[in-house]
Design a protein around this ligand. Structure first.
Ligand code: SF4
Length: 188
């Protein structure tokens, strides 16, 4: 074999080997291999954005019984994994040191808040709704028309109420108690 051809084949073989080594060796250090996304091994719970009636789907990541992240669900036909700025902030709506976790009550003419139990608050609401309804319920108008309503209680809902909650509010307040003034902030 001529010397020039032998040299050419040797160089060609070395380059091939070098390229093979480059394509099979993992280009990460041990330190970077040990790193992982914080949602790795987290349980994924599907949920719905609480903010508006578009109903974007969420992936809620849970680890050790704690919510660690909330993102858009890419499998949703509604939002395909995307979220608007409000929906993107759902995590801080859920996990937030400023979030109130107990009932605070300020009595009429009082200048301070008192911590109360949830049972106490529910009982107060039930008693006051009952009393107000009893005092203001109208079966018939002066001209004899049957109305069975009360104008003494109103309900104003927020956009964080979902469809099921609004359904129950309308059914209980309107059909059950005869409340006329029922509104919701959501406008979609
Ligand atoms: S607030 Fe935004 S992310 Fe949430 S349901 Fe509405 S459009 Fe979707």
């Amino acid at each position: 074999m001529p010397e020039r051809r032998l040299l050419s084949e040797t160089v060609h073989g070395l380059v091939s080997q070098a390229m093979q080594v480059g394509s099979t060796v993992q280009p990460f250090t041990r330190g970077s291999c040990g790193k992982a996304s914080r949602i790795r091994n987290a349980k994924v719970v599907h949920s719905v954005c609480p903010y508006c009636a578009v109903g974007c789907s969420l992936n809620v990541y849970v680890k050790d019984d704690r919510v660690i992240d909330i993102e858009g669900n890419p499998e949703s036909p509604i939002n395909h994994g995307t979220l608007c700025p409000k929906g993107s902030a759902t995590f801080q709506y859920t996990v937030n040191p400023s979030r109130l976790m107990q009932v605070l009550y300020r009595a009429p003419y009082s200048d301070h808040w008192e911590v109360k139990s949830l049972d106490w608050a529910m009982e107060q609401i039930a008693q006051r709704v009952k009393q107000t309804r009893d005092e203001t319920f109208v079966e018939r108008l002066p001209d004899g028309r049957e109305v069975n309503h009360t104008l003494g209680i109103a309900s104003l809902g927020g956009a964080t109420l979902d469809v099921e909650e609004n359904y129950l509010i309308k059914k209980l307040f309107s059909g059950g108690l005869g409340i006329v003034s029922i509104e919701n902030q959501a406008r979609i």
